[in-house]
Design a protein around this ligand. Structure first.
Ligand code: FES
Ligand SMILES: [Fe+2]
Length: 415
């Protein structure tokens, strides 16, 4: 496929419909996505609990670009390209480690946690180390979530997200959480199918029996004409409850209204405080809190679920724990989804929570979603695939997402 072809595909996208097949499954579209989206956007790739103490480092791969996040000696969070300034070797392996300095395994060039090169053996007395520090990566901490942007010209609209979520997440005290559990799953589908699957709950009732006990699938839209009389009464009752709860939460200082970014802005997000179904406390098998130690006093009882969508991430913040999902593209047809369950740092495993209970709902739901994404990807590769219509009731957000995607690609020169 040639570049003009990619441009033609983007232009051919019909509003209200899913994307042309080659934008999901094509190798050229994948390369363009890495360039236009993953090298230029603010991406949530970590949480503060990944680097709680000075000397903690956490490395992730964003496409082909390894990045290392560092807690420096002063307690600040920094990010660098995880690439040695000598001959480019990767500095630290993926995941968490604890270091005094960053030492390249190849020829032992050594960097401070500030990125300053302090030792480069056998380079001569005239070698100017100051010219070979690590290359910094833009980094922002927002309410305990760590965002990075690989571009030298990062989108300025991150300020809107920072103002919004800084305030919404403050009561959850993420600076005082720990990672209680973590899972990785490789979905056999394009990353955009993973995002689309996450942004609708059209599929929830028939695919997520465990999640359905604590999640109102109708939160993300329904066709009133498709409801039986009893379902209609339930939907009306839930709408009334939302109006009451949202007002009550807001009155006690917990911002709750739905807020979403303008579809043409570079930094894409949506948040809302959702009512948890059933017993109403948490996304667990019985909808009760899984952790005895709440994340913070303001959210200890009945503060619902603050959901957040981002370009490569989604999350749920509840009174007793948070679940943060980060997506990393591995190839046109493979996507890594990393899930972290965060609990208060003082909560003791086996005493205050049981990991199996804490992780049960999303472990099952992730597995179910991975299967659905694989099915969707198998379909888009087929000669029989045609872009399909989004429901205006249950998939409005997918239409917005694909509109955003096409706009970002075009703004990045793929028009
Ligand atoms: S490549 Fe890192 S020290 Fe040589
Ligand atoms: Fe799902």
């Amino acid at each position: 496929m040639r570049h003009e072809c990619l441009s033609g595909l983007l232009r051919s996208r019909m509003p209200g419909y899913s994307l042309p097949a080659a934008l999901y499954a094509g190798a050229e579209a994948f390369e363009a996505d890495l360039d236009a989206i993953f090298l230029r956007s603010w991406l949530n790739v970590a949480v503060v609990a990944d680097v709680p103490e000075p000397g903690d480092v956490y490395a992730v791969d964003i496409g082909r670009s390894p990045v290392v996040i560092v807690r420096d000696d002063e307690g600040g969070i920094r990010a660098f390209h995880n690439v040695c300034s000598h001959r480019g070797a990767r500095l630290v392996p993926e995941g968490r480690s604890i270091v005094g300095k960053l030492v390249c395994p190849y020829h032992q060039w050594t960097y401070e946690l500030t990125g300053d090169l302090i030792d480069a053996p056998h380079m001569g007395l005239d070698f100017d180390k100051a010219l070979h520090d690590l290359q910094p990566v833009n980094v922002r901490e927002i309410g305990g979530l760590i965002y990075v942007c690989l571009s030298n010209d990062p989108p300025e609209d991150i300020e809107a997200l920072a103002a919004l979520m800084g305030q919404r997440l403050a009561p959850y005290n993420l600076a005082h959480t720990k990672v209680a559990a973590e899972q990785e799953i490789v979905e056999h589908g394009n990353w955009k199918l993973t995002v689309e699957n996450n942004r609708e709950c059209y599929h929830c009732a028939s695919n997520h029996p465990e999640l359905a006990l604590s999640f109102h699938a109708s939160d993300f839209g329904f066709d009133p004409a498709a409801l039986a009389p009893e379902e209609k009464r339930e939907a009306e009752a839930l709408a009334t409850l939302y109006a009451e709860r949202t007002a009550a939460w807001e009155a006690c200082g917990l911002p709750s209204e739905a807020v979403e970014s303008d579809v043409l802005m570079p930094t894409n997000y949506r948040t809302q405080r959702l009512i948890i179904a059933g017993a109403g406390e948490s996304q667990t098998p019985n909808a009760r809190a899984a952790v005895k130690v709440p994340l913070g006093p303001m959210v200890a009882n009945g503060a619902g679920d603050v959901h957040l969508w981002g370009i490569n991430a989604w999350a749920h913040f509840m009174g007793d724990h948070a679940v943060v999902f980060n997506l990393f593209p591995l190839g046109p047809d493979r996507t890594l989804v990393r899930t972290k369950w965060l609990v208060h740092e003082d909560a003791e495993e086996g005493v205050d929570y049981d990991v199996a209970n804490l992780t049960a709902v999303w472990t099952e739901t992730n597995r179910q979603d991975a299967d659905l994404v694989a099915l969707a990807h198998q379909g888009v590769r087929s000669a029989g695939y045609r872009p399909g219509p989004y429901s205006r009731f249950t998939e409005r957000t997918l239409n917005d997402w694909t509109t955003w995607y096409v706009a970002r690609m075009m703004a990045s020169g793929y028009a």
